[in-house]
Design a protein around this ligand. Sequence first.
Ligand code: PHE
Length: 451
Amino acid sequence: MEEKRESFGSKIGFILAAAGSAVGLGNIWRFPYLAAKYGGGIFILTYIILVVTFGFSLMVTEISLGRRTGKSVIGAYRSADRRFGFLGPVAALVPFIITPYYCVIGGWVLKYLVTFVTGRSQAATDDGFFGGFISHAQQPTVFFVIYAGLTAFIVIFGVKKGIESMSKILMPLLVILSVGIAVYTLTLPGAGTGVKYYLLPNFEGFTLSKFLKTIVAAMGQLFYSMSLAMGIMVTYGSYMRKQDSIEGSVRQVSLFDTLIALIAGLIIVPSVFIFSGGDADALNAGPGLMFVTLPKVFESMKGGHIVGAAFFVLVAFAALTSSVSLLETMVSIVSEKFGLKRTGSTAVCIVIVFVMGMLSVLGYGAWSSVEIFGCQILDFFAFISNNIMMPIVALLTCILIGYVVKPRYIEDELTLNGEKFRSKGLYELMTKVVCPVFMIIILLTPFFVSL
Ligand code: PHE
């Protein structure tokens, strides 16, 4: 017997949940340092252009595919065309790879949240604090388990009562927190220079090869930030009500996602810039930026422990709504495949997350010498999913829609309510030509330039 598919209860519920998935660690921690690294305004402009073209088209495709078929990502591709059925499992594999390490990092965020909220922020400014924390497996494991447990707790309640209710509470709080912190940091003396550094294009040393790298970096960030090419939006689309507008929702979700990334940059770039006395290298700290540099920056501000605590609450909210979407996608796949109920499949998925997450935890501790193709375990997982699997899924999805089932397949779903598809021309051009060509370039780039 087939159970009735769950659904979101309102259009705003869908938008907030999809935005919750999109807004995450990628916006707050990754976007600012990429922008600082790739010429400030140049990166920002490139990114925005990609959002309204690629991001828009791919998100429309995924949500429509989900809603039209009413299936999880595995069933959805098969329903569209049997020969493309294999694409479902490939896309489905991505959340299985990302969720565990995302929950490990979520655990780190919780650790910092606790440290700041309990007034021990001073300790976090120690050079060895972060390294010491991640290299001993015990604490990272505890925080990872708590974080993953929290994620599972929400998923167990289902689409409407769990995900939608959580998003309706956390997303508005997230906006208030991010705007509040940004306003505060912008009033600090010297913030102006930092803002200029962040927003104005910096053409110094900007060669063609650097421009190519900027596009590749912006594209990678786009997939990750908008939660594309991994079945998430297909899954959320399958829970969307037929009467709600897909095109309008996609616009709002992408706007939300981009604004939060820009605001996060306004918080991080100027404050690190002031703290380091204008040394741009301080922004290039990669993963260390959020966990090593920022605590020091907060500590140097007046009332910094409060700003720091608020900041880590913000990051925790953003991460949680994303990991919920990741786990939900896994759960929908497992329950469809094995005919399990929500509770059962959540249990199965959480065991998988735990076992794989432990590999990442240990990758920074006892097994830190283990390398796969020269990367640490966590970086390796991130690399194969972001740089290989996601572009392949995006490329084949465009071929499926552009040439096999034809864009009509998607357009029919969009215009179900007699609504006009306003960006039809752009959508067809992107899906048939621009997107596939770009995906091929992205897949080939690592062979030509070292990224
Ligand atoms: N989009 C999220 C972010 O920006 C990350 C994410 C990736 C969420 C994949 C779900 C799936 O952090």
